[in-house]
Design a protein around this ligand. Structure first.
Ligand SMILES: *Cc1c(COP(=O)(O)O)cnc(C)c1O
Length: 475
């Protein structure tokens, strides 16, 4: 890339000789990329990345033809959010479900596709759990109906063998930085003959289809990175998948209450996505970051929005568990020592953050769970935006709490504290129950992780709210 930042600075679309040299470099890059995916150079459009390619495929075709798009429930935001926007403009969107393994069953497409459909867009490999879709079968179903098929292959190109002719797709997005190339450049492959409208309007670059001066160094870098990735695909995939499988095994052997999300085998090489049943994803993420380990979570609770991964939810992972999910990605420069270091760090985090056996016991076998239709007092507290809701019902006779039930929606700590708090007040007088504190609940559970103390406060508040309700009804 370096010469194209300095010596070869000509505009690739100019007619002068400075420009010609740049133009030749872009042509070589385009040819190389086309050849690597089995396309013609004239079918390769450089864009600013996967996001633009996805936007273009959906908007370009939605405008060009028909008004009904079929997609999957696990797409990247570049697809999801674009479709949300198109929906506002009147485009009909049908979302196909996935299996618990995160796979779209071809029959589900067969069942909904009809003449009204203008485009099917289903991702090749998922960015969170790495599962690979049966693109060839899905594309064949669309082709049979003469419906255009687009795939977001950003996670696939450079990681899997991808040949557009063999797959039978009409449009495909991919991006350089996902295979060690530069950030800010991608490609939309568009089969010749397919009528696409422009997304970026301007000069006559990219055969008039995408305006804007060509970014020569990035195009050169993308082609080079792609060639390297694809030439070494088999060797790298074998090595990285081996490392990932070793890591998965170590995590499963050393960390309790962990589950692997996605199919064990049908996933891109570097991906390992785990749910830690009793620890929140964000708190693991932060501790790992302090240890120099970079990974990611689909959930964004710490930033204030309750947003567990739509991919995990679509796969049927319960909301509380989806919140404790982390994606680990391995690359060609990672080593077995790296994997061991992550496992050791996770063991340390687990010891520090994990609930003790008493809490887990109380969570797994809670007391007083249920509703009480004829309750004398009901108290509901919680923070719906953070997911914890606690509801306590009281049956009171002669100032004594004869019976108590609770319904709680939340994490293990919320359930365990509700269970213990209700046990503590059962059979007590109203005055005694009012004296039960969150500290007693925490002590009764043998302690809670610091970030879960708020659950015990919630339990104390729920008791007080239920008693308040009882007393106000009595008057
Ligand atoms: C990263 C990614 C994108 C977005 O690509 P950018 O080049 O970062 O815009 C789109 N789809 C998937 C599946 C991705 O993983």
């Amino acid at each position: 890339m370096l010469p194209y930042f300095t010596e070869v600075f000509g505009n690739a679309d100019s007619l002068h000789s400075f420009g010609r040299e740049s133009h030749q470099a872009v042509t070589r890059a385009r040819n190389k990329i086309a050849q690597l995916i089995g396309a013609k150079p004239s079918e390769i459009y450089f864009t600013s990345g996967g996001t633009e390619s996805d936007n273009w495929a959906l908007k370009g075709l939605a405008q060009a033809k028909g008004k009904h798009i079929i997609t999957s429930a696990i797409e990247h935001p570049a697809i999801r959010e674009t479709l949300k926007e198109l929906k506002k403009q009147g485009v009909k969107v049908t979302v196909l479900p996935v299996t618990t393994d995160g796979v779209v069953i071809p029959e589900s497409l067969e069942n909904v596709i009809d003449e009204s459909v203008s485009l099917v867009s289903i991702m090749f490999a998922n960015n969170e759990v790495g599962t690979i879709q049966p693109i060839k079968q899905l594309a064949a179903i669309a082709r049979k109906r003469k419906v255009a098929f687009h795939t977001d292959a950003v996670q696939a190109v450079g990681n899997l063998k991808v040949d557009v002719a063999e797959l039978g797709v009409d449009m495909m997005s991919f991006s350089a930085h996902k295979f060690y190339g530069p950030k800010g450049i991608g490609v939309l492959y568009c089969r010749s003959g397919l009528r696409l409208e422009k997304l970026i309007i301007g000069g006559h670059q990219e055969r008039t289809m995408r305006g804007g001066t060509t970014n020569v160094p990035l195009a050169v870098g993308m082609a080079e990175a792609m060639e390297l990735a694809i030439n070494e695909l088999e060797k790298n995939t074998k090595y990285i998948a081996g490392l990932r499988d070793y890591f998965i095994k170590q995590v499963e052997e050393n960390i309790p209450f962990v589950r692997l999300n996605g199919n064990r085998l049908n996933r891109v090489a570097g991906n390992a996505n785990f749910s830690f049943e009793f620890i929140e994803g964000e708190s693991i993420l932060m501790s790992l970051d302090l240890a120099g380990i970079a990974c990611s979570t689909g959930s964004a609770c710490s930033s204030g929005s309750l947003d567990p991964s739509h991919v995990l939810l679509a796969m049927g992972v319960p909301i509380e568990i989806a919140h404790g999910s982390i994606r680990f990605s391995f690359g060609r420069e990672n080593t077995k020592e790296d994997a061991d270091y992550v496992v050791q760090t996770l063991i340390g985090i687990e010891k520090q953050k994990m609930y003790n056996d008493r809490v887990i016991e109380e969570f797994k076998n809670p007391n007083n769970v249920g509703e009480m239709p004829d309750a004398d007092g009901v108290g509901t507290v919680g923070n719906a935006s953070c997911g914890d809701i606690m509801k306590i019902y009281l049956k009171v006779e002669d100032n004594i709490i004869k019976d108590v039930k609770f319904q709680t929606f939340g994490c293990a700590a919320a359930i365990a504290t509700s269970s213990l708090a209700t046990t503590l007040i059962k059979g007590k007088t109203i005055d005694e129950a009012l004296k039960v504190t969150n500290k007693q609940v925490v002590e009764g559970l043998g302690g809670l992780p610091a970030q879960k103390i708020h659950c015990s406060v919630l339990a104390e508040e729920a008791i007080k709210a239920a008693i308040d309700d009882y007393q106000s009804k009595k008057k």
